[in-house]
Design a protein. Structure first.
Length: 84
């Protein structure tokens, strides 16, 4: 049986800006990323030409440091700043 990575599954405190997107915490980083993707797909925020890019709405701009577009790899780095 595989051993879970306890650091990855540890519940994190969520900033108020991020909570507007994923709901109130605490929750593990994996759950935060999953909920962000649900939000992105529900609000049709993936770029039509390049699915790796996310077009931020007002709530996501606060999480993404004011950027209107980020790629999915940059997103995880920017989200980390909202977790403690």
């Amino acid at each position: 049986m595989a051993k879970e990575n306890s650091a990855f599954m540890k519940p994190m405190t969520i900033s108020s800006d991020l909570a507007k997107v994923v709901g109130s915490g605490p929750m593990p980083r994996s759950e935060v990323v999953k909920k962000i993707w649900i939000y992105i797909k529900k609000n049709n925020l993936q770029d039509a030409k390049n699915k790796r890019n996310i077009n931020a709405d007002e709530n996501l701009k606060k999480v993404f440091g004011g950027k209107s577009m980020v790629n999915m790899f940059e997103m995880t780095k920017l989200v980390s700043k909202h977790l403690s």
